[in-house]
Design a protein around this ligand. Structure first.
Ligand code: PGA
Length: 251
């Protein structure tokens, strides 16, 4: 059975006190979230320890937004997968388009990061998605297919139990422009087929594929109703407890 997940990517927002307040609000409002929906939050590195404490007795899981591509040592400013595991991270978001675009994250680096996340017992939320130019040129299937092949195809079918794919069209991130549910379903089905061709149908059927990009309470229900959309990776709307919970309740 495929897991339904609603994950909140806080990006570089909130101070530690603000983050703790948001996490406490999520814990207190959690009650209406359906049993079979897993909630994940990805605060900044500095918040993980204290936010982790707040959510530790709840059903909300902790994620980081990135991890280092090296195990440990002289890599100033980096945070390793082992460190993240030690503060209770179950998930790590890898390959977000903002990291690819602004921080030169390549597929080769993502392979190393994914290996380290797995070695430390964490699950990977692997992001992929095309930009507006590629979408308009009709290249979105090629772009997304390549991102998946270059990273996920370097791993085994068994590893896929620890991978969540997040499809996030870059043109829909933070822009208020959502992919229509039909556009999103079309590419989610393509992603599942790509995974099935490599890892087998059974493995692909069990994998969670999230939609991300201007997902909010008003459009979540329609998106999540699509057969190959198993939840969302939420940016802006994850910063408001009521909105994030409302999205999770959209199932
Ligand atoms: P958004 O961001 O919901 O603010 O569009 C989504 C994301 O980048 O994960």
């Amino acid at each position: 059975m495929r897991k339904k997940i609603v994950a909140g990517n806080w990006k570089m927002n909130t101070t530690v006190p603000e983050g703790k307040e948001l996490a406490s609000a999520l814990v207190s409002k959690f009650a209406g979230v359906p049993e079979d929906v897993t909630l994940v939050i990805a605060p900044p590195f500095t918040h993980l320890d204290s936010v982790g404490e707040i959510i530790k007795d709840s059903k909300i899981c902790l994620s980081s937004q990135n991890c280092a591509d090296q195990e440990k040592g002289a890599y100033t400013g980096e945070v390793s997968a082992a460190m993240l595991k030690s503060v209770g991270c179950e998930y790590v978001i890898l390959g977000h388009s903002e990291r690819r675009e602004y921080y030169g994250e390549t597929s080769a680096k993502l392979v190393e990061k994914t290996k380290l996340a797995f070695a430390n017992g964490m699950k990977v939320i692997f992001c992929c998605g095309e930009n507006l130019e590629d979408r308009e040129a009709g290249k979105h299937f090629d772009v997304v297919g390549k991102e998946i092949k270059d990273v996920l195809f370097q791993f085994t079918a068994a590893d896929m139990a620890n991978v969540v794919v997040a499809y996030e069209p870059i043109w829909a991130i933070g822009t208020g422009k959502t992919a229509s549910s039909a556009q999103a379903e079309e590419i989610h089905a393509f992603i599942r087929k790509t995974l099935a061709d490599q890892f087998g149908k059974e493995v692909a059927e069990d994998m969670t594929i999230l939609y991300g990009g201007s997902c909010k309470p008003a459009n979540a229900k329609e998106l999540f109703a699509q057969p190959d959309i198993d939840g969302g990776l939420i940016g802006g709307a994850a910063l408001k407890a009521d909105d994030f919970i409302a999205i999770a309740q959209s199932y």
